[in-house]
Design a protein around this ligand. Structure first.
Ligand SMILES: *Cc1c(COP(=O)(O)O)cnc(C)c1O
Length: 439
């Protein structure tokens, strides 16, 4: 069997209808912002290997940091012990995080960062004598990960509906100021926390929140004595043009969930940051059982934390945030010129380096493509033939390049997206009904 046959024989791929899994593209190595397959073909990594690679691949400083740590120790536990990189990274995270967050609880994926936040919020309310505050409020179309707690606060029916009988009940609110005001006024007394993806709801299709929404969420939560959990798993580490999305509205959450870009895209790592006030509610005698009884085996893994420290060093040394600003503008200009005018593009949504291109059958009537047309997936296949890797969210083509993308690569990315949308959807005007998207 060759590798492709073995993949089909043994691997069950995530979020994938395996009956339609044909010839997998198998990556062997990478250089900079390009992935290279087993036949030596190169592909621009247009979604940062699922939203994680910040500085590109094979970044010398990150490679060196992981190798250096490998010469010391690959893993030792944080249960009952500590290790050098986890301490140093925690200090660094607290120093750059929105003010007020004082403690770092590690885990290993975005989902676990959210699980930890939910459990801490719930237990916190009990331990400060507010056992009545036990519900969660979350946004419509929210995505917070795939474990059962994270799915409970999630609101994407396609992924989540089947699991409803397994989930705990969550109150839901649309991301508008009025709806949020109304919800908190009605339910604030019974809420442990509001959980939101700040500024951009990523997996929902890069939905942008109205300006001022995040700030209002902060103020309303404070007014109603409800904790604010910001899930910056996707938006953190420069994605929206600032280190954290929260900075753009000058707010600090009570709990902050980080993962994806935290290790520079090298190793699985996550962190849940909390205020000292929350942490304080967990202190007491052993017999009080105020301990947070939670911890994953690879929590605070030294290799991953070493990569995380090296990544933060790169942000400083290479002035990543500053240098991405003109690239954000270039992306906006290219998208405006080459993508937005296309006949089947309903909307181009951009916040920094998070971009969603929503495709529709008919722009005038906003008639969507049918689910089984898999329009986004077909555009991404066409993009792949042009040497660019993208992954859609339903009818939304997502561009989420590494922050290290060059000007030439931006043009290549947008050019490939444009050609592919034209190829798959057709260039001129709405297609006749029933033929939308047929090749
Ligand atoms: C990806 C994502 C998660 C889940 O992260 P995993 O590492 O895949 O578990 C949670 N929240 C948001 C906002 C995400 O984008």
């Amino acid at each position: 069997m060759n590798l492709s046959d073995k993949d089909k024989a043994y691997v069950w791929h995530p979020f994938t209808q395996m009956r339609e899994w044909t010839e997998p593209l198998i990556i062997e190595r990478a250089e900079g912002n390009e992935l290279i397959d087993i036949d030596g073909r190169r592909y621009l990594d247009g979604v940062s290997s699922l939203w994680v690679s910040i500085h590109g691949h094979r970044k010398r400083e990150l490679d060196d940091a992981v190798r250096a740590q490998l010469d010391k120790v690959a893993h030792s536990t944080l249960l009952g012990l500590s290790n050098v990189p986890s301490i140093e990274l925690a200090e660094r995270l607290i120093k750059i995080a929105p003010p007020g967050l004082g403690k770092v609880f590690y885990s290993d994926s975005g989902s676990t960062a959210v699980e930890v936040a939910l459990k801490i919020a719930f237990q916190y309310q009990r331990q400060r004598g507010r056992a009545d505050k036990r519900k969660f409020l979350a946004l419509t179309d929210a995505y917070h990960g795939d474990t059962v707690g994270a799915v409970s606060v999630g609101g994407i029916d396609l992924f989540h509906e089947i699991f409803h009988p397994l989930l705990f009940h969550v109150l839901r609110v649309a991301p508008t100021l009025e709806a949020l005001e109304h919800s908190l006024a009605a339910h604030g007394h019974e809420l442990a926390a509001l959980v939101i993806e700040p500024l951009v709801q990523g997996a929902a299709g890069m939905l942008l929140q109205p300006p001022g929404f995040l700030r209002a969420a902060r103020e309303l939560c404070r007014a109603h004595d409800v904790l604010l959990i910001c899930d910056e798993v996707a938006t953190g580490f420069g994605r929206t043009g600032t280190m954290f999305a929260c900075e753009q509205e000058g707010i600090s959450p009570d709990l902050l969930c980080l993962a994806k870009g935290i290790s520079g895209g090298y190793l699985p790592l996550a962190a849940t940051l909390v205020t000292d006030q929350i942490f304080g509610a967990f202190l007491g005698a052993q017999a009080d059982k105020r301990t947070f009884f939670h911890g994953h085996t690879y929590t605070g893994n030294p290799l991953a934390c070493a990569a995380g420290i090296a990544s933060l060093d790169l942000f400083v040394r290479e002035r990543v945030i500053e240098r991405m600003q003109p690239k954000i503008a270039r992306l906006a200009a290219r998208l405006g010129e080459h993508i937005a005018p296309l006949a089947h593009v309903l909307e181009v949504r951009q916040r920094g380096f998070m971009i969603g291109i929503e495709l529709v059958r008919n722009r005038a009537t906003r008639e969507p493509y049918d689910y089984d047309e898999a329009i986004g997936a077909r555009v991404c296949q066409a993009v792949c033939r042009r040497g660019v890797i993208l992954r859609p969210l339903g009818p939304v083509v997502v561009l989420l390049p590494p922050l290290s993308i060059t000007d030439e690569e931006i043009d290549r990315l947008v050019g490939a997206a444009r050609e592919s949308i034209v190829e798959v959807c057709g260039a001129t005007g709405p297609l006749p009904a029933g033929q939308g998207g047929s090749q």
